[in-house]
Ligand binder design. Structure first.
Ligand SMILES: Cc1cc2nc3c(=O)[nH]c(=O)nc-3n(C[C@H](O)[C@H](O)[C@H](O)COP(=O)(O)O)c2cc1C
Length: 254
């Protein structure tokens, strides 16, 4: 499965078979999580693999059933890009897991923070951003999961032109189309983009709460779909392009 196909088929899975994840996939996952590749310079996000049944331990308030493993996303809050980088790092793992036919679900709210803190032991200056549950999807979601999907309007995505202002600069369309499909807390889709010359500037409409983490998740999808060489950069005057939103970062094509 290509990463593009993974993005197209991925959806949050909340009901899992009570089976352990394939040992080879687990071995590669542990290896990838040992020193995950940071997506933005100067950032430190890490992922702790928690291998145990979640019910009763990493409580998920009945939202998740059957999963035997989850990943805790822990990061050091260095600057305004730390949560963005953390979202990118973890979503790359989510997309890899999807390519391995594993189901996943990000949880930002419905998990027991105290239990995850005990398992992940963050340093005093580290934060637990969220967890990602993984495993083999059950054949059918339970009622509580279907209610959650409906409540979050999970299948819906905003129209391309509501999110992205790229004028005639269609070179960015394929990558932005993948960004549009990214998961976000309560399906809020807080990411926006404006193209200007050889740059594309990214913004977040809800920088409080999980908005910057969500924006990082969207940027991981953009990066997966972008084949143009270039670099991530903070552009001095970009914030004034859309002062009503929080400027996040730009990608400058070479
Ligand atoms: C950062 C983040 C936090 C989330 N937190 C929760 C959560 O606490 N409980 C839950 O059931 N789903 C949670 N989700 C899943 C979203 O509801 C879901 O991704 C969104 O509705 C889009 O649906 P899809 O993933 O099936 O495409 C979260 C997703 C993200 C990205």
């Amino acid at each position: 499965m290509t990463v593009r196909e993974a993005i197209e088929v991925r959806k949050s899975v909340r009901t899992y078979k009570k089976e352990a994840v394939d040992s080879e996939i687990m071995a590669r996952l542990r290896e990838m999580c040992r020193e995950p590749r940071q997506c933005l310079p100067g950032q430190q996000a890490r992922i702790v693999v928690i291998e145990r049944g979640l019910e009763g331990r990493v409580g998920t308030y009945g939202i998740i059933s059957g999963a035997q493993c989850c990943l805790a996303l822990v990061y050091r809050d260095v600057d305004g890009l730390s949560a963005v980088n953390a979202g990118m790092v973890m979503e790359n793992i989510v997309l890899w897991l999807t390519q391995q036919s594993q189901g996943t679900c990000w949880l930002g709210g419905t998990f027991s923070r105290s239990n995850v803190t005990a398992a992940a032991s963050p340093a005093p200056d580290e934060r637990i951003a969220a967890i990602v549950v993984l495993g083999i999807a059950a054949d059918r979601e339970r009622l509580v999961a279907r209610v959650m999907q409906k409540f979050a309007g999970s299948r819906r995505r905003r129209a391309f032109d509501d999110l992205f202002d790229i004028g005639d600069n269609r070179q960015w369309s394929p990558a932005l189309e993948l960004m549009r499909l990214a998961p976000s807390a309560l399906n809020g889709q807080p990411w926006r983009a404006v193209a200007e010359g050889n740059a594309i500037h990214f913004f977040c409409t809800k920088p409080e709460g999980l908005g910057l983490l969500d924006t990082g998740i969207g940027l991981a999808h953009f990066a997966a779909g972008n084949d143009k060489p270039g670099k991530w950069e903070t552009v001095g005057n970009a914030a004034s392009i859309r002062p009503e939103w929080r400027y996040v970062i730009s990608f400058l094509a070479e």
